[in-house]
Design a protein around this ligand. Structure first.
Ligand code: 5GP
Ligand code: ZN
Length: 113
């Protein structure tokens, strides 16, 4: 979709900090991280939300979730993680290309959690 910011990230017309890429999915750092290492994973096909996602697209996304979660934990030293996904404006979705948030969590004493 020509006016979709995440489609532009996939085609490279908007720069991003890539974490992972394969034939079906792309993962990159969130531009406004909630915590250190906040990452998004998206399908390369433009699908607005979970209601539009095929089983195959969902599978392609979720099968790399453990790999990315472990890589973030190793890279940033996080000790927990929230995985979350907003669908629709009432649920807080602001970019209408499906995405799953990885939000690494840290010990409270780190000061940035
Ligand atoms: P939502 O609120 O739709 O669940 O999350 C959208 C996320 O996309 C937000 O966390 C926001 O910071 C992130 N985001 C929006 N525009 C850009 C962008 O141009 N680049 C990157 N890397 N992240 C973006
Ligand atoms: Zn898109």
């Amino acid at each position: 979709m020509s006016d979709c910011v995440f489609c532009k990230i996939i085609d490279g017309s908007i720069p991003s900090a890539k974490i992972y890429e394969d034939e079906h999915v792309y993962a990159f750092m969130d531009i406004m991280p909630v915590t250190k290492g906040h990452t998004l994973i998206i399908p390369k096909n433009h699908k607005e939300n979970v209601y539009e996602l095929s089983e195959e697209e969902a599978s392609n996304l979720f099968k790399v979730v453990p790999k990315i979660a472990n890589a973030l934990q190793e890279s940033f030293g996080s000790v927990g993680m929230n995985l979350l996904n907003n669908n629709g404006t009432p649920a807080g979705q602001t970019v209408f290309h499906f995405h799953l948030h990885f939000i690494p969590r840290y010990d409270q004493t780190d000061g940035f959690h």
